[in-house]
Write a protein that binds this ligand. Structure first.
Ligand code: FMN
Length: 317
C-alpha cells in the first residue's frame, strides 16, 4: 500500500485489513534456492537493489584480486565477474535506472578498465598515504570513552523535522562503514511519529519507544548470495553501520542508545512476533529485511556516569 493511500485509511481499519490479508496469505513458500552469484541467478527475477549489490560485489572482487596478486593467475574467473558487472549495467539501463548512481558508476568503471586496471583505475584514483601519527587516535578514543547509552530523555526536544534531519545525518555516517564484500546491504527507517514508536510497546523497553526519534536498522537478506541467511555479515555489517550512527549522534551531543532488535528477541515468544509483524506491516518494512537494531536518540535529560571498561591488558589473549 503506498504511503499516501495508507494515510486515507484509519489505523484500526488498516490493522483489520492487515489481519485479514495475513489470514488469507498462502502458507510460506519453500525457501528460495540459494544464489551462488549473479551469473547463476534468473536475471529477470532480480530486483534493482539485488542487481546493484551484485555489481558492487563483483567489482569489489576484481579490484581486490589485483591487490592480492591473483588477478592474472585467475583471470578467467575474474572475466566472469566483469561480464556480470557489464550485464548488470545493461539490465539496469534497460530498466531505465539512473546510470549515474555512484556505486554503479564505480562498478562499471572497474569493469570497463579491466584490461588496464592499474593504469586506468587504481593509479589515477589512489592517494599517497599520510605520515603515521599515533596521537591522532586519541581524539577518537576520547570521543568513544565519553559516550554512554542514554535512556532518560529531556522534556524539551527539537522539532520532529530537526530530529529527522539529524537521523539523515546519522545514516550518512552509517553508509561509510566497512561491510562484507561491499554489498552495502543496510537499510534504515526513520521513526519520529509517536504513534509509530508506540508500535514497539511490549517488544522494546519504554526508554526505547519513548525516545524522541528512532532509526530502525536492518539488512537486505537477498544480497548475500550463496550463504544467504546464515551469513554472519548480515548482523556484522549492520552493527558496523549502527556504531557509526551512535558515534555521530554522540559527537553532536545527542543522547543515543543502541537497542537490540534481532531474531532472538523477536522469536523469543509469540507476543513479540505479533508485535514485530504489526510493526513491520505499519512501517512498510519488506520481509527480506533482517532486523538488527533500533537506534534511539534525542536530547538526553542527563549524561549518565560512564561505566568503566576493563583494562586493555586484561583483554589481551
Ligand atoms: C548489540 C547491542 C544491543 C543492545 N541492546 C540494548 C537494549 O535492547 N536496551 C538497552 O537499554 N540497551 C541496549 N544496548 C546498550 C548496552 O546496554 C550498553 O551499550 C552497555 O550496557 C554499555 O553501556 P554504555 O553504552 O553506556 O557504555 C545494546 C548495545 C548493543 C551493542
Amino acid at each position: 500500500m503506498s504511503g499516501s493511500v495508507k494515510k486515507l485509511i484509519p489505523r484500526p481499519l488498516r490493522r483489520k485489513l492487515a489481519r485479514l490479508r495475513d489470514a488469507l496469505r498462502a502458507p510460506p513458500a519453500a525457501p528460495a534456492p540459494r544464489l551462488k552469484s549473479f551469473h547463476h541467478a534468473d536475471e529477470a527475477s532480480l530486483s534493482t537493489d539485488e542487481l546493484l549489490a551484485f555489481a558492487r560485489h563483483d567489482a569489489h572482487r576484481i579490484e581486490k584480486a589485483f591487490y592480492n596478486r591473483i588477478f592474472e593467475p585467475k583471470r578467467s574467473y575474474f572475466e566472469q565477474r566483469r561480464a556480470n558487472v557489464l550485464r548488470t549495467a545493461e539490465l539496469l539501463r534497460e530498466r531505465k535506472f539512473d546510470m549515474s548512481e555512484p556505486t554503479l558508476k564505480w562498478a562499471e568503471h572497474i569493469a570497463l578498465t579491466f584490461d588496464e586496471l592499474e593504469e586506468k583505475f587504481i593509479r589515477p584514483h589512489c592517494t599517497e598515504p599520510q605520515p603515521v601519527q599515533p596521537d591522532l587516535a586519541d581524539s577518537i578514543i576520547a570521543l568513544a570513552a565519553r559516550r554512554r547509552s542514554s535512556r532518560v530523555w529531556a522534556s524539551e526536544q527539537p522539532s520532529a523535522e530537526s530530529l529527522e534531519a539529524f537521523a539523515y545525518k546519522m545514516i550518512d555516517a552509517a553508509r561509510w562503514a566497512p561491510n562484507s564484500g561491499d554489498r552495502q546491504p543496510w537499510r534504515f527507517k526513520i521513526i519520529s511519529r509517536p504513534e509509530d514508536k508506540l508500535l514497539l510497546k511490549g517488544l522494546k523497553e519504554e526508554h526505547c519507544y519513548a525516545a524522541p526519534c528512532l532509526i530502525f536498522v536492518g539488512t537486505d537478506r537477498r544480497v548475500y548470495g550463496a550463504l544467504g541467511q546464515q551469513e554472519a555479515g548480515l548482523y556484522i555489517d549492520a552493527g558496523a553501520a549502527t556504531m557509526l550512527m551512535v558515534l555521530a549522534a554522540h559527537a553532536s551531543h545527542y543522547g543515543v542508545c543502541w537497542n537490540h532488535f534481532s531474531r532472538d528477541l523477536i522469536e523469543s515468544r509469540p507476543r513479540n512476533r505479533e508485535i514485530y509483524d504489526g510493526f513491520v506491516r505499519e512501517m512498510d518494512i519488506p520481509d527480506f529485511i533482517e532486523p538488527v537494531a533500533i537506534v534511539a536518540f534525542g536530547v538526553a535529560a542527563f549524561h549518565p556516569p560512564v561505566p568503566p571498561r576493563m583494562k586493555v591488558e586484561s583483554l589481551l589473549l
